[in-house]
Design a protein around this ligand. Structure first.
Ligand SMILES: O=C(O)C1=N[C@H](C(=O)O)C[C@H](O)C1
Length: 306
């Protein structure tokens, strides 16, 4: 059965791509990571997004990372593979590769560098949907790409039947509300912003694609359950406990600090690739100060939501 909007619910970690010391994909580490994420309540997996260093991987490595993730997930949760190519030709080839690797859907980024108009973006998603045999999660992250889709455009894209959902990585809450009003009852809108996750859920988001859930899937699943049970105050309070982590992890280009934090949590995913660099000593100090408390929270029994 092809993936549908109702499958896009809960916490979908934006997985890092683990590397060995010699720089190849660390297959055993991918399997360990998938088991950790599923044991922590993840309901889907998103390999090779920005956090997965899509732009630093070769096409063959992207395919390999997705295939290993699919194998490790073994059908337990959907695998939504990132396609973060700047333009159509490469995106289509990547889409075909993701299909061959066994992905259930792609998270297709708005094209960047040569920025299209709103109508151009609409047609890009329409063309991809007709050329590649996989459901699409629309991905916008204007802080990285300088382009976002307006609510009108998203409505048109949904009416074209091009997408089953979207990942909203955007701090614009007013536009988010417009998007929810236009398409929230037809496709699954997922949050891509840790500090707004609980708020997005309270406004109708169905889940989130979150980088820091690589380390703390249980905490994020708990926040999801609290918010979905209508307990927004507690969900926000729990999320606020992670705030110093967001400041450390996103204070430098993701996923350098995240990979270091994972190593500190016993989930060694190796280093990042150029042009990214390992985190500064100051960021490492911050992580060392914050993480023991969060490690305890991840391991503690969390009160039932509702
Ligand atoms: O890979 C992703 O999906 C994400 N990438 C973003 C980034 O690296 O900027 C962050 C987001 O939380 C998830």
């Amino acid at each position: 059965m092809p993936l549908s909007p109702s499958d896009l619910t809960g916490v979908f970690p934006a997985m890092v791509t683990p590397f060995t010391a010699d720089g190849t994909i660390d297959r055993p580490a991918v399997k360990t990571l998938v088991d950790h994420l599923l044991a922590g309540g993840a309901t889907g997996l998103v390999p090779i997004g920005g956090t997965g260093e899509y732009t630093a991987l070769t096409p063959a490595e992207r395919k390999e990372m997705v295939a290993v993730t699919v194998e490790a997930a073994a059908g337990r949760v959907p695998v939504v593979a990132g396609v973060l190519s700047p333009g159509y030709g490469e995106a289509k080839l990547a889409g075909d590769d993701m299909k061959a690797a066994g992905a259930d859907a792609v998270m297709l980024l708005t094209p960047f560098y040569a920025l299209g108009t709103q109508e151009g973006v609409r047609r890009y998603f329409q063309a991809f949907r007709s050329d590649v045999d996989l459901p699409i999660v629309f991905y916008e992250i204007p802080a990285r790409t300088n382009i976002s889709a307006k609510a009108d455009t998203l409505q048109a894209i949904v009416e074209d039947g091009s997408i089953i959902g979207m990942k909203y990585s955007n701090y614009d809450l007013v536009e988010f509300i417009k998007v929810m009003n236009r398409v929230g009852d037809k496709v699954a809108v997922m949050s891509g912003e840790e500090p707004l996750f609980a708020t997005h859920l309270s406004l109708g988001a169905t889940g989130g694609v979150l980088a820091t859930s690589n380390i703390y899937p249980r905490i994020w699943t708990h926040i999801f359950e609290l918010a979905k049970a209508g307990n927004l105050t507690e969900a926000v309070a729990m999320q606020n406990r992670l705030e110093p982590l967001f400041a450390a992890i996103f204070g430098e280009a993701n996923p350098g600090p995240l990979k270091r934090a994972m190593k500190m949590a016993g989930l060694d995913a190796g280093e990042v690739r150029l042009p990214l660099l390992p985190p500064s000593a100051e960021t490492v100090d911050k992580l060392e100060a914050i993480m023991p408390m969060l490690d305890d929270l991840e391991a503690a029994p969390l009160a039932k939501a509702g």
